[in-house]
Design a protein around this ligand. Sequence first.
Ligand code: HEM
Length: 240
Amino acid sequence: MAFRLDTLWSKITLVCLLPLLWVIIDITFDNLGPDPIQTLHIRLGDWAMRFLWLTLLVTPVQTITKWPGMADYRQMLGLYAFFYATLHVIVYLLVDHGLMWQIIAVDILESSYIWFGLIAYLIIIALAISSPKWAKKRMGKQWKKLHRLIYIASLAVIIHYYWQLKGNMAEPLFYLIIIILLLAFRVAVWFKNRKFIKMMIPTTRRIKVVSVVKALNPELSIDLQGPVIKELIIQEVEPD
Ligand code: HEM
């Protein structure tokens, strides 16, 4: 498939790669400040987190705009979260610790905030591997269950982020507000759907009863709220 620059898809792809380009330029021109490894680490971690928030933003936007094609963008943004998180982890393992596994193990054991980064990363890996359409088809209902773990990953990332913070709290506070709003939206939709399903149950039952009665006597005209139906429903709920 040819890469065409005039599609929204390719434009978003290029925009998502800009933070990486910016990092490469800063490395090339030695522009990463007095502690380049830490700056690199922080920049990649920040972008992984921002893409995770953008991924979570897709469903509310889709619910509000009713644009079905948004699911593809959710997958793309999720994969970018995985991509930047992987670079963040590579910098930690390779650049920061030179793949010295004993030192890495001690660091992980001593720094509780890294456990949460690790939990988040393991979940993000599972979500990225299972993100292609064929995997979704193959996994059926399990796919949705697995992909709900994105909320656990988000909470783990928030803890990972806040636990090691130092200095200016303006940006972290902004992220916290965004993530609370995103999660609140999901909870509200969940409650609304549950209420809706509960409201649906009596109606479905009534319709089933009507179809049974109609099947027995097709000429019978039935009022849904009428006494015959109410009686049948009572009999169905409380059999004597
Ligand atoms: C095995 C997994 C991970 C390890 C070992 C790890 C390690 C670290 C370390 C050592 C720091 C402190 C950087 C410093 O101040 O020098 C850090 C910060 C951070 N990490 Fe991770 N991390 C992991 C996973 C993740 C994931 C999955 C995300 C996001 C999706 C993430 C996002 C961040 C963010 C946003 C920061 C703070 C940057 C800032 O101060 O602005 N990390 N991580």
